[in-house]
Design a protein around this ligand. Structure first.
Ligand code: HEC
Ligand code: HEC
Ligand code: HEC
Ligand code: HEC
Ligand code: HEC
Ligand code: HEC
Ligand code: HEC
Ligand code: HEC
Length: 482
């Protein structure tokens, strides 16, 4: 007997322990495996609708591009017998046609193809700023065909100036960069060779065309993110986003469009508020259909038919919040917009004497002051507004209001220095300290006495009187885009 050999008693204890561990671990592992499997395929098994397909595109592409066939095989369109050819195959003379295996195909089927079966979605999309306006925001209208300019002009919500100009940043950065920057987001509205507009696949990631995927806020996160439009970040810190992140796995992501209720979605996602049929509002692919303000603009104005849009958005809120709550929320958020407008106008007013006295170069984005002025409205002003409307306090405060105050102080200092160096008088606006924003129609505010609260409708009316709707003056910085 070697000294370190375990005794019979110890050995049987060890066997017992191993046995007990096995009893605990094996079912534990089984549970883990079960959970992982559920993670991959919640609910029922995924059906392969192309399993027995003899379609030539499918059988050959199963080898050539197995990923595409695999994705498409689980889609409801495959289930409905929509074939590869119905999207891809075109006549020889179709714009963009490529000869392929004895026929002609589009490598990227256009919205004209989708429209043959989904006319309503395509028409709504075309009326929205996801359509042509998104593309024009980048490249302007100079290089796009006349038919499309006409189409652009017929979109009610495209009217907002200063649009037609090619975005300055787009030009300064150049194609080698913008191909991976502006274009990857703004091509959502890119026209195709057949002059139909837009890329549905930006949200319906090909070839699954899955409702679950399109409805999840991560889909919008592809573009609605970053310092100038942090809707994704704001959503994540909102109560709605917290509900999604802590319970979303139990929501009914595959519910039939147009039938969604609070049982399917106990809290809203981006799509619920902006697109899905919910409560009294129908499903739409026009993402501007429920918006009252042009929040992205330097100085926000009301949209055409904003009252109808407001009803449609509030119909969604009303499924979960009471009328007074919604009315109060809208009144306060409207007032926040006016407040941010006032600070942006103050920034413009500080820049104006410098421009008048030729103390700016006149070329956008060639000196640090241009960037400060641009970020004042384009990053922080927007972010403050988005944070209020979508309940992200950190964005309204620390990435919004606070940064605006910092930029206003910097602009005043630059203004004073340049005017003094030029021997010119320094206007009052460059000598004052930071103060609460002066909302039109409300008593003047000082740092010690915050403004008295007026009614939002009165102040909005005052604002609208002061600003010709649709005719806000564009500074070079404001037209710079982004
Ligand atoms: C006999 C095999 C075969 C058949 C049949 C076939 N393809 Fe292809 N397809 C290919 C191969 C191989 C490529 C890749 C070519 C390459 O990478 O240069 C391809 C490429 C494509 C592309 C990309 C073209 C591009 O230039 O970007 C599309 C779209 C496409 N096929 C669609 C279809 C459709 C739709 C059908 C049925 C009408 C079809 N294919 C039938 C083999 C096939
Ligand atoms: C509902 C319309 C639709 C159907 C059906 C469809 N496609 Fe596509 N396909 C698209 C769109 C849209 C794109 C362009 C996506 C892009 O470029 O990002 C595309 C792109 C492609 C490409 C080129 C993309 C690449 O990465 O190489 C191939 C190849 C292709 N499809 C093959 C197929 C095959 C094979 C089938 C059938 C199994 C099929 N498609 C069914 C819409 C469709
Ligand atoms: C030949 C007709 C046809 C074409 C072309 C077509 N679709 Fe479809 N699509 C259908 C049918 C049929 C359904 C299934 C409807 C259903 O089951 O309720 C569908 C469903 C869908 C769905 C909903 C999926 C779901 O789970 O409910 C999306 C998204 C979609 N299509 C997007 C597109 C896009 C984007 C294009 C163009 C690239 C396109 N379709 C082209 C016929 C078509
Ligand atoms: C901004 C993202 C986005 C874009 C771009 C987009 N979709 Fe959708 N789509 C969605 C969402 C989200 C839904 C689910 C709506 C809901 O919750 O009921 C949807 C649903 C659909 C459905 C099913 C609707 C129904 O009532 O059965 C079709 C069909 C569809 N989309 C087609 C298209 C077509 C065609 C395009 C391009 C013109 C397109 N989509 C572009 C996000 C998008
Ligand atoms: C591929 C990029 C991309 C994706 C994905 C995307 N968007 Fe957008 N979205 C844009 C761009 C670009 C604009 C600005 C267009 C403009 O005003 O020039 C925009 C504008 C909007 C607007 C404002 C429309 C208006 O009238 O001012 C809303 C609301 C919106 N998107 C919602 C969504 C939602 C919800 C999703 C996800 C379901 C989504 N977007 C997905 C790029 C995208
Ligand atoms: C609780 C509903 C709700 C949710 C959830 C929500 N939004 Fe919004 N969103 C709003 C409201 C309300 C406004 C401002 C409406 C107005 O102008 O009247 C707004 C404004 C916007 C705008 C600004 C449009 C402009 O004028 O510049 C964009 C873009 C946008 N949302 C995208 C998103 C995205 C992307 C998500 C998800 C990450 C999201 N929203 C989540 C309700 C919501
Ligand atoms: C599907 C249900 C649902 C919809 C639709 C919905 N909300 Fe909410 N909302 C919630 C839930 C759940 C909470 C968290 C309640 C709590 O804090 O106890 C919430 C909270 C809020 C809060 C309080 C945020 C905070 O930080 O305390 C505001 C403000 C709000 N929602 C505004 C809106 C607006 C505006 C709309 C419509 C544009 C809307 N909600 C649509 C479910 C919804
Ligand atoms: C990460 C995606 C993304 C990139 C990259 C991007 N944008 Fe945008 N852009 C958006 C979104 C989303 C909006 C909508 C904001 C809103 O409506 O609140 C927008 C809004 C705009 C607007 C204001 C809307 C309008 O139509 O006037 C302009 C102009 C613009 N972008 C131009 C550009 C230019 C030029 C570049 C490159 C220098 C660029 N963008 C890069 C996503 C992007």
């Amino acid at each position: 007997m070697t000294p370190n050999r375990p005794s019979g008693l110890l050995r049987s204890a060890r066997v017992l322990i191993i046995g007990l561990l096995a009893i605990i671990i094996v079912p534990g592992l089984a549970l883990v495996m079960f959970a992982i499997n559920r993670g991959v395929a919640p609910g029922e098994e995924r059906v392969d609708y192309l399993a027995n397909s003899v379609d030539a595109c499918v059988t050959c592409h199963r080898n050539t591009t197995p990923g595409i066939v695999e994705q498409y095989s689980h889609s409801t369109m495959a289930a409905a017998n929509v074939t590869c050819s119905q999207c891809h195959e075109v006549a020889v003379d179709y714009p963009g046609a490529i000869a392929h295996e004895g026929t002609y195909v589009l490598n990227s089927p256009t919205t004209a193809k989708c429209a043959t079966c989904h006319a309503a979605e395509v028409a709504q999309f075309n009326q929205s700023r996801h359509g042509l306006p998104a593309y024009v925001a980048m490249v302007g209208v100079d290089d796009i065909p006349a038919e499309l300019v006409t189409m652009y002009e017929s979109i009610p919500e495209a009217e907002l100036g200063p649009i037609q100009a090619r975005a300055v940043l787009f030009d300064i950065e150049g194609e080698a960069v913008t191909r991976f920057a502006c274009e990857s987001c703004h091509n959502i509205g890119k026209p195709a060779a057949d002059l139909s507009v837009g890329q549905c696949q930006k949200c319906h990631i090909r070839h699954e065309f899955s409702l679950t995927q399109a409805r999840k806020p991560e889909t919008c996160n592809n573009c609605h993110i970053g310092p100038d439009h942090p809707q994704w970040e704001i959503y994540q810190e909102s109560k709605h986003g917290i509900a999604y992140m802590t319970g979303g796995e139990h929501w009914n992501w595959e519910a039939e469009p147009g039938t969604l209720t609070t049982v399917d979605f106990p809290a809203p996602t981006c799509a619920i508020c902006h697109m899905s049929g919910f409560g009294a509002s129908g499903t739409t692919h026009d993402v501007g259909d429920r918006l009252t303000w042009y929040l992205f603009a330097p100085v926000s104005e009301r949209r055409p038919v904003w009252q109808d849009n407001r009803v449609r958005m509030q119909n969604v809120c009303r499924e979960c919040h009471n009328n007074n709550f919604i009315a109060d929320f809208y009144e306060d958020a409207d007032r926040l917009v006016l407040a941010i407008n006032a600070w942006v106008e103050e920034g413009n007013a500080i820049m104006q004497p410098l421009r008048d006295a030729n103390l700016l170069t006149g070329t956008p984005f060639d000196e640090p002051v241009d960037f400060t002025h641009y970020e004042l409205w384009h990053h922080w002003g927007r972010t403050a507004k988005f944070g209020a409307w979508m309940q992200g306090a950190d964005y309204t405060q620390w990435h919004g209001a606070y940064e605006m105050l910092s930029d206003l102080a910097e602009l005043r200092e630059i203004g004073r220095e340049r005017l003094e160096a030029a021997g010119l008088p320094v206007p009052e606006i460059m000598l004052k300290p930071n103060t609460p924003p002066q909302i039109p129609g409300e008593p003047e505010a000082t740092p010690d006495s915050a403004a008295a609260v007026g009614t939002a409708e009165a102040t909005i009316e005052a604002m609208l009187e002061g600003t010709p709707v649709g005719g806000q003056e564009a500074t070079p910085e404001a037209t710079a885009g982004g």
